[in-house]
Design a protein around this ligand. Structure first.
Ligand code: SAH
Ligand code: SF4
Length: 348
């Protein structure tokens, strides 16, 4: 038995070929192994029925398959399902299936916890335990896909990286998972149906542009006022709105993509007409879509959701400036499955 087994899902097809050749196996077997891993989602080498027992044994000695185990399903009255994923080291992350009339969306996590400490977010209180591997990110989608089929006979249409963690602080693994989710060798989903949500790290956004990503980018803006944003999003102290704007201009020029801004309306904090004006001004440099999100309570007494008439006035102002604005209804609140509420609470 090898002391340090490796995660086979970190290997490219070429890496597997090389490994097989160095073990005197035929290179064409690599495609079969790869297919078992990414297309047939096998969880143990013994499931690879067209691979010889001796080769399965070699693989088993060298590698492990980093899958995720769903547990603790909670079903909301609006049919949203939250589940926890148990990881190999016993950590937990959460994922959500959100079925609606015209789509069914999987919300998945990118890290165990998060160390960016946005004050309105339950995940932010956990701190960061570790990054998820590409396999762990990918397999959350696979499990939610199975769940959608089993429970509602639905196919998954959309994926949002809006669960626990900051995806751009786990860049390589997230991109590898995205690549396999959209590749024909994996789940074959269109990248246009995948959205990565980030707190907005300028350096990493430029990297996404250079990597010419095809999936959608959503920025959790929540305020276009430098001082206010820093006040409840500490990350803004070192990544100013000005530098974010510069990175987004670069991103838009390189990819031609429109940017989505998430804007959480917090009562008396970022919901005045002056705030709406700041937002409209900030959006002048590139094409944007604004998603207004309702605050989901996370127990911090400082925050409450905005009053309906204040929300209406905010949205009306933006629309009067010809901006594209959607108001997002919150889903799964009764089971703490809504945005910002994912904290993998024990026993819940
Ligand atoms: N770290 C990434 C992705 C995970 S958070 C990010 O911050 O974008 C996913 C979304 O939930 C973000 O837009 C975040 O701002 C939002 N969110 C966090 N706490 C929330 C809350 N209490 N109510 C509503 N949305 C919240
Ligand atoms: Fe982290 Fe996103 Fe929560 Fe902020 S909102 S603490 S970046 S998970």
């Amino acid at each position: 038995m090898k002391e340090e087994k490796r995660d086979i899902l970190t290997l490219s097809l070429d890496d597997i070929k090389k490994f097989l050749e160095s073990n005197n196996e035929k290179a064409f077997r690599a495609a079969q192994v790869y297919e078992w891993l990414w297309k047939k989602h096998c969880r143990s080498f013994d499931e690879m029925s067209n691979i010889s027992k001796p080769l399965r044994d070699i693989l088993n000695t060298e590698f492990f398959i980093q899958a995720v185990k769903p547990e603790n399903l909670q079903i909301s009255k609006d049919k949203t399902i939250k589940l926890a994923f148990r990881l190999f080291d016993n950590s937990l992350v959460e994922g959500v299936l959100i079925p609606s009339e015209d789509r069914s969306t999987a919300c998945i996590s990118s890290q165990v916890g998060c160390n960016l400490g946005c004050e309105f977010c339950a995940t932010g209180k956990l701190g960061l335990k570790r990054n998820l591997s590409a396999g762990e990110i990918y397999h959350q989608v696979v499990e939610i896909m199975k769940l959608a089929k089993d429970k509602y006979d639905l196919s998954l249409t959309n994926i949002v990286l809006m669960g626990m963690g900051e995806p751009l602080l786990n860049y390589d693994n997230v991109l590898k998972a995205m690549e396999m989710i959209s590749s024909d060798k994996g789940l074959g989903m269109s990248p246009q149906r995948i959205t990565l949500s980030t707190v907005g790290l300028p350096r990493m956004i430029k990297r996404l542009a250079d990597d010419n990503i095809k999936f959608n980018l959503a920025i959790s803006l929540h305020s276009a006022n430098e001082k206010k944003r820093s006040d409840f999003m500490p990350v803004n102290n070192h990544n100013s709105l000005e530098s974010l704007k510069e990175a987004l201009i670069y991103f838009n020029k390189k990819t031609g993509q429109r940017i989505t801004f998430e804007y959480l309306l917090l009562n008396g904090i970022n919901d005045s007409l002056a705030d709406a004006k700041d937002l409209a001004e900030y959006c002048k440099s590139f094409p944007v879509k604004i998603n207004i999100i309702e605050y989901n309570t996370t127990g911090n007494p400082r925050f409450n959701k905005s009053m309906p008439r204040v929300t209406d006035a905010f949205v009306t102002f933006l629309k009067s400036k010809n901006m594209v604005v959607n108001v997002r209804r919150s889903r799964g609140q009764d089971i703490d499955a809504a945005c910002g509420q994912l904290a993998a609470k024990k026993g819940k």
